[in-house]
Ligand binder design. Structure first.
Ligand code: ADP
Length: 336
């Protein structure tokens, strides 16, 4: 049974469709525009699992492709699943508005980068030439430099977020050695570690771990996970960076013994701008964009990110990436 609106969309009367399978009538793609196997489609998923499924998809019919929000609900009679109800809501307009917002953020953050870099050069030049400064003036200079650096980081995260959302960044798929990338990243975070006397132990399954991927995106993922582990560890803490191979995948684990993630806030942890209460108390300066950027990047690389955490005991973030990488994508822009 289909309603009037579906008849209009499909340009068919319901009688014409009787007896046909839904996959003969329309196709479904996920929100990243990847074609779905039958078992991954909301109808089959709800019938198999016997529970509600909802999410963003694309509905394809003839030459049309419409972004939709789907609610799939099983119809259960005397504990037997006898069918399902599928509700499609056309979200083209919401998507357009979202895109316009993202374009604005992208443009604004791009424009902010130049003046911020200029402030950075001159304030650093002044800090290096402080002989005539009083103690108070030196203190002010330090505060200006720190605040400016925070602003540069925020603008960088906003630009990356908008590029990820608009899909306007390149993805390379070349043969790389993850151990090399991990060691370079560890050098980059060494100073941050030394401030809090934190040590990072390497546990690599071999001296070279090869996979196909984008070295710069992998550096961003590792850098973000490691800086989070450092920021949310206690003084003198210990972190483990574990990388090992499985048959078709590479697993990266970043294990810390820090403040952990409160149970009640776990489900929101990958949401844009979200910061848990204990994190805000420990470090007032985060943006809440890092994990969102990592998750989106990992998924664009065909991988998955999960975590396990206990408040006051520690957190483990695990990233699983396919050894064969993903499809290359050309773009003049990249993540920074
Ligand atoms: P930020 O660190 O700038 O706040 P992120 O997006 O990187 O933003 O992280 C979002 C939130 O996830 C953090 O504010 C913190 O609450 C939590 N979080 C991330 N990594 C860890 C970790 N290793 N230990 C505890 N909490 C973490």
């Amino acid at each position: 049974m289909i309603n009037k609106q579906t008849e209009i969309f499909l340009n068919k009367k319901s009688e014409e469709l009787l007896g046909k399978r839904t996959d003969e009538i329309y196709d479904v793609e996920d929100e990243f525009e990847k074609k779905l196997e039958n078992s991954e489609k909301p109808l089959q998923k709800t019938l198999l699992a016997g529970k509600k499924i909802s999410g963003k998809y694309y509905c394809l019919h003839n030459d049309r492709k419409i972004p939709v929000f789907v609610n799939a609900t099983p119809v259960i009679c005397e504990s037997e699943i006898i069918g399902a109800i599928l509700l499609f809501r056309d979200i083209s307009r919401e998507n357009e508005i979202d895109r316009a917002k993202t374009e604005f953020v992208s443009l604004a953050s791009h424009q902010l980068r130049t003046p911020l870099s200029i402030i950075n050069w001159y304030s650093e030049a002044l800090t290096q030439n402080q002989n005539n400064f009083s103690k108070e003036q030196k203190n002010y200079m330090k505060k200006i430099c720190n605040a400016n650096q925070r602003m540069i980081n925020l603008v960088k995260s906003l630009l990356n977020t908008s590029r990820l959302e608009m899909n306007t960044f390149s993805i390379k798929n070349k043969e790389i050695d993850l151990v090399k990338i991990a060691r370079n990243t560890l050098e980059e975070v060494a100073e941050l570690c030394s401030v809090q006397n934190i040590s990072i132990e390497e546990k690599f399954s071999s001296e070279t771990i090869r996979l196909k991927g984008d070295p710069q995106l992998l550096t961003i993922i590792l850098h973000n996970l490691l800086t989070n582990a450092i920021k949310y560890s206690k003084r003198d803490g210990k972190i483990i960076l574990e990388i090992f191979e499985q048959k078709t995948d590479i697993i990266i684990d970043v294990i810390d013994q820090g403040i952990g993630i409160p149970e009640k806030q776990k489900k929101e942890i990958f949401t844009r701008f979200f910061r848990a209460n204990n994190a805000k108390e420990k470090d007032a300066e985060g943006t809440g964009l890092g994990l969102y950027i990592i998750k989106t990047t990992v998924e664009k690389l065909g991988g998955k990110i999960t975590f396990d955490s206990k408040e006051k005991k520690g957190t483990t973030f695990s990233v699983i990436l396919p050894k064969n990488g993903t499809l290359e994508k050309e773009s003049a822009k990249k993540l920074i």
